[in-house]
Design a protein around this ligand. Structure first.
Ligand code: PLP
Length: 381
């Protein structure tokens, strides 16, 4: 470390230069997260010194977290819903699996069922928590195969994790059918809607025919929904929602902070800035704002698909959300070439000969045109 500190202007100049090395949003074609809304950033800055691990000091900010959950009750059809804004989808999935494990102390080797399309955060949780797991096959739509699920349920199965939708392809599992099976077998059902949570409710209002996924389904115990993805909040802002307090109570950790309710998250010191940001965005956009953003994302997705199909590319699947995966001849080479021209895309994890594009709020039809023109230049079909 320097003996004598630098002047603040010099430091900030360096910070600005550092940020210039990051790819600018209009060239990012693979991110589930997006540029946060300005109102969210402003609210976030107002809460930089807050700590929701201590509700005695930060009474005001703590109340805002309850308001956020209250606002989301209508969106996710959970009249008795409780929850927290956490560090991200990973923490939310950890918390859900911890509840599932604590609910079934009699099971010696607790086992979780999910598909290959499930986000790796579930595997992280399983490893940290010493759980076992089985992968359920997917059907022709890359959703959980019901007959294989029934086949794989055993006496040690404590939880099923379903996608709404998968970060890989945006596919939504048949959650209503799975919930029925989970209820019959008394198995905890967690919905990972980290990606789809801030898309599906609004897409449905636009008339898109998407499966049910939330607390309107009897048998869903918890949902991960991430404001820092399609909720356009600054990072970090994940969300864990439980159907009711009785379920969340399995997660209560007594904190020694006088006047602070027991903790229900992994973090002790927990920044309230994220909560203020999420609140500001929910209030600013309202239902109508989210519906308009979702409309734009679906129109951009449909436009991209149309252009790709005109060029002769084939999709891996018809997307339910705003993730487009299409076959190419040499995906890694094409991805690298696009990057040298400034565009960031991904190679599909499972389909090694396919590129994966995520349409988010920072993209629009003009930018998609620019991207497609570059694709034509590099990958003439
Ligand atoms: N679940 C799904 C479906 C995701 O898409 C992601 C991240 O992309 C996660 C969980 C993990 O979320 P985070 O990266 O915020 O921890």
């Amino acid at each position: 470390m320097r003996q004598i500190g630098l002047n603040s202007n010099e430091i900030m100049k360096e910070i600005r230069d550092i940020r210039k090395a990051d790819i600018q949003w209009p060239f990012v074609f693979n991110s589930i997260c997006s540029e946060p809304l300005h109102i969210g950033v402003e609210a976030f800055i107002k809460g930089l010194d807050t700590n929701l691990g201590d509700n005695r000091i930060f009474k005001g900010t703590a109340k805002v977290e309850s308001k956020v959950i209250e606002l989301l009750k209508e969106v996710f059809h959970g009249p008795d819903m409780v929850g927290n804004i956490v560090s991200g989808g990973t923490e939310a999935n950890f918390l859900a699996l911890q509840v599932a494990k604590k609910m079934r102390p009699e099971v010696e080797k607790p086992e979780i069922l999910f598909t290959e399309t499930t986000h790796y955060s579930v595997l992280k949780a399983i490893e940290f928590m010493g759980l076992k797991y089985k992968i359920v096959e997917t059907d022709e739509n890359f959703s959980m195969d019901i007959s294989d699920l029934i086949h794989k349920i055993g006496k040690d199965t404590i939880a099923i994790v379903v996608n709404a939708g998968s970060s890989e392809l945006g596919c939504i599992d048949p959650i209503e059918q799975i919930a029925e099976i989970a209820r019959e077998n008394k198995i905890y059902l967690h919905v990972d809607a980290a990606t789809g949570g801030f898309i599906i409710p609004f897409a449905k209002k636009l008339g898109y025919s998407l499966p049910e996924f939330d607390f309107s389904i009897d048998g869903v115990s918890s949902i991960t929904v991430d404001p820092h993805k399609y909720g356009l909040a600054p990072i970090p802002a994940g969300g864990i929602l439980f159907k009711n307090k009785d379920i969340q109570n399995y997660l209560t950790f007594n904190s020694y902070f006088y006047g602070t309710q027991a903790h229900t998250t992994l973090s002790g010191t927990r920044g309230g800035a994220s909560v203020l940001a999420v609140y500001a965005i929910l209030e600013y956009l309202g239902m109508e704002g989210f519906i308009q953003i979702t409309k734009k994302n679906y129109e951009s997705t449909e436009y991209l698909i149309e252009r790709l199909e005109q060029l002769g590319y084939t999709l891996v699947c018809t997307p339910q959300l705003n993730i487009v995966t299409f076959y190419v001849d040499n995906a890694h080479n094409l991805m690298n070439q696009l990057e040298t021209k400034g565009f960031i895309v991904s190679v599909s994890r499972r389909f090694k000969n396919a590129l994966r594009i995520v349409i988010n709020n920072h993209l629009n039809i003009d930018l998609i045109d620019k991207f497609v023109e570059m694709l034509i230049t590099i990958d003439v079909k």
